[in-house]
Design a binder for this molecule. Structure first.
Ligand SMILES: Cc1cc2nc3c(=O)[nH]c(=O)nc-3n(C[C@H](O)[C@H](O)[C@H](O)COP(=O)(O)O)c2cc1C
Length: 204
């Protein structure tokens, strides 16, 4: 564990901005819990040409790209990811796959991680996307922290929303036209808040 105040890294990949927006609200929640937090993005693996064809949004210059060795620094991570065919996007998988030496040395053992996510549609793989990160966590000895039912609006079937006990989520629509709603952003903030509170309990 790091110094006295727990430290959380919120690390996301986003092509079209939905997960990025959620990440800022996750950060807000962690901050509200009184825990130190830093926001990072995952390195892009696609070429500029492909990104242009996909109409990807520009990457923010004020959010640093996470380096593999920096994963040893915090007590916990909250990973934000848009689904790719129901699983982890290659960009985040590339970060996971760069952790071979950290695995050998056990450097990530005992840390904590949660996930938040975005899919185009409700059946598009929110849970499987979160689940697809779990083997990496298990092999590294990282403890997976779900959101659970801490946020009662998860159960609200009157409004369409992303997110589940696995974590906060948003629905982007197949053409990316839907933006994270107030409910989804609140869920993201609560996930950050609860994760921060857990880090405080662990470090007592
Ligand atoms: C190659 C590719 C595969 C995708 N697969 C799925 C999918 O299986 N289910 C789904 O609901 N959305 C799928 N999507 C839509 C993305 O998940 C959506 O664009 C993303 O959640 C938006 O988040 P972002 O704005 O942070 O990039 C896919 C998008 C791409 C580019």
């Amino acid at each position: 564990m790091s110094g006295k105040t727990p430290l959380v890294y919120v690390i996301y990949y986003s092509t079209f901005g939905h997960v990025e927006k959620m990440a800022h609200h996750v950060v807000k929640g962690v901050e509200r819990s009184g825990v130190d937090v830093k926001l990072f993005r995952v390195a892009e693996t696609l070429t500029e040409d492909i990104l242009k064809k996909m109409k990807a949004i520009p990457k923010p210059s004020d959010v640093p790209v996470i380096k593999t060795e920096q994963l040893t620094e915090p007590d916990g991570f909250l990973f934000g990811l848009p689904t790719r065919f129901g699983t982890t996007p290659a960009q985040l998988k590339a970060l996971f796959d760069s952790c071979g030496s950290l695995w050998l040395s056990g450097a990530l053992y005992g840390k904590f991680a949660g996930t938040f996510f975005s899919t185009a549609t409700q059946g598009g793989g929110q849970e499987t996307t979160a689940l697809s990160c779990v083997p990496f966590f298990v092999h590294q000895g990282i403890r997976y922290v779900p959101l659970g039912y801490k946020y009662p609006k998860i159960n609200n079937n009157e409004v369409v929303h992303g997110g589940s006990p696995w974590g906060a989520g948003t629905l982007a629509n197949p053409d990316g036209s839907r933006q994270p709603t107030e409910l989804e952003l609140e869920m993201a903030e609560i996930q950050g808040f609860e994760f921060g509170n857990l880090m405080k309990q662990i470090k007592k």
